[in-house]
Write a protein that binds this ligand. Structure first.
Ligand code: PLP
Length: 487
């Protein structure tokens, strides 16, 4: 009998070649992908091949052409947005899952690790009694949480919204600092983007609880059904943490679902110096976290936690299907004992969200925590928070730096300052492009109080205090050169 030749090839030797190329990549001696852009583009962007070249040639092209021209996100000095390269152990676990567990269902080791790791993650982040489900990222994790909130709110008024659809106007309460996937979720859930009511912030980017009270009351008056309050445990812009306990109290007064978006910042609770900022988290009805941000998972791993997954089931079930559940004996009187991994689907994660086929992500989170333990995670989170604090300390003292907001977690918003320059926004924009060209320290920018800020966000396992110092050195050097050039 014939099988594809490559499928009898040796993973071991092929992975070793790819591994070697990746080890080389993470020395970061290679130029940025745009430097030889014409070369690799010409070799990769070819017409549809009718004949294959074989797996050795594909491996060769991966190793020589694709990997060396990969993304700069993995660089230790990369601090843009909130993203980083997965750690080595995450890459190993994700690769293993690709082969040994293409789906998360059925009863096997990867399926067990799905639940074990969700429990570990919840306990590590101070929400140990909650039940979780993985999805692809914070965007879907927020969607699932708000789907649960929608189901809950409509069930309170005796309406199964998942079955019958939205039949009245609802309100979702979030500040301008909330992630814009909240509005997108509202659109997808059929309640409309405009259901998301803007709640005022204080000057540190935290929700104004009095304004929250006022807006919910006004909605009630107008016959709008309050559906969910969305609080941030670490905003994307500055890392601000909303006053969770006070928000929880308002939500409880009104019987409204209390959601906490901790996609980035939830692991910050591991730093004892910050833990008090998370008081009230235990009152949340749903919480999300992105292991692919601060915990170093390979990309595509987020978790949604709720008190009772039955609510997610009612919100998202695809209903039993002959081709799925139908292939497993459901009748308890005739069902045989579990003797094969295919005798049961296990916990029906595929009914708690919007993905049926999905990778086994639990093994990645298991590997991350198993490798360095909660203590190792705490050290890493503390180190990243220290990096933001270090930049803030220097910026507060240095006459050519301006701290734009006190850091809460591992984001520091600051900029170059000179009293000889009128347009500091422009100066810092030019400075930022120079930083990127130099390809060593790669922060992004944002606006804070109407001013352009350099915004390093430290979440990478390969980054340490030296990278914070090196960024400050580069900013001072480039800023000085630009001012001399401009004046
Ligand atoms: C990053 C982020 C998201 C979106 O997460 P993705 O994984 O990029 O989809 C949502 N909320 C917050 C607060 C975030 O920082």
């Amino acid at each position: 009998m014939q099988v594809d030749a490559a499928e009898t090839a040796h993973l071991q030797s092929l992975l070793a070649r790819v591994g070697e190329a990746l080890d080389e990549f993470v020395k970061f001696d290679h130029p940025d992908a745009q430097v030889n852009g014409d070369g690799w583009r010409r070799r990769l962007d070819i017409p549809l091949p009718q004949k294959g070249v074989g797996i050795d040639r594909v491996t060769e092209e991966l190793v020589k052409v694709v990997i060396p021209n990969g993304s700069s996100i993995t660089r230790p000095g990369f601090s843009s947005y909130i993203t980083t390269g997965g750690t080595t152990v995450a890459a190993l676990a994700a690769t293993a899952a690709n082969i040994a567990s293409p789906q998360r269902y059925h009863l096997h080791a990867f399926n067990l690790l799905e639940e074990v790791s969700l429990k570990w993650l919840a306990t590590m982040c101070g929400i140990g009694s909650m039940q979780g489900v993985y999805s692809s990222g914070g965007s879907t994790a927020n969607l699932l949480a708000l789907g649960a909130a929608r189901q809950f709110a409509f069930e309170q008024v005796g309406h199964d919204v998942a079955a019958a659809g939205v039949h009245r106007q609802v309100g979702v309460y979030a500040t301008a600092e909330a992630h814009h996937t909240v509005q997108r979720s509202a659109g997808v859930l059929g309640i409309g983007r405009r259901a998301v009511r803007p709640i005022a912030c204080d000057d540190r980017g935290r929700m104004d609880v009095n304004d929250l009270r006022r807006v919910i009351a006004a909605d009630r008056q107008a016959g709008v059904l309050p559906m969910a309050v969305v609080a941030n445990a670490g905003t994307t812009n500055t890392g601000a943490i909303d006053p969770l306990r006070e928000i929880a109290e308002v939500a409880r007064e009104h019987g409204v679902w209390f959601h906490v978006d901790g996609a980035y910042g939830l692991p910050g609770i591991l730093d004892e110096r910050k833990a008090h900022l998370y008081q009230g988290l235990e009152l949340a009805d749903s919480v999300i976290v992105d292991p692919h941000k601060w915990l170093g998972a390979s990309i595509g791993v987020a978790a949604t936690f709720v008190r009772d997954r039955e609510l997610l089931l009612r919100a998202f079930t695809q209903e039993p299907a002959d081709y799925l559940e139908g292939s497993i004996e459901q009748d308890e009187s005739t069902a045989p004992a579990i003797e094969h991994s295919m005798d049961d689907f296990g916990i029906p994660y595929f009914d708690y969200g919007v993905e049926l086929s999905a990778p086994s992500r639990g093994v990645v989170v298991w590997a991350l925590i198993r490798e360095i333990g909660v203590e190792g995670m705490r050290e890493r989170v503390r180190r990243h928070n220290d990096m933001a604090t270090r930049i803030a300390d220097i910026a507060r003292q240095h006459q050519n730096l301006e701290l734009l907001i006190e850091p809460t977690l591992s984001i520091c918003c600051f900029r170059y300052f000179s009293d000889q320059v009128d347009d500091l926004d422009r100066l810092n924009r030019l400075l930022h492009r120079r930083l990127i060209r130099e390809n060593r320290n790669l922060p992004s920018t944002t606006q804070v109080g109407g001013k352009l800020a350099l915004r390093p966000c430290f979440v990478g396992a390969r980054a340490n205090l030296e990278h914070a110092d090196s960024l400050v050195d580069d900013v001072l050097r480039i800023g000085g050169e630009l001012v001399r050039g401009l004046s």
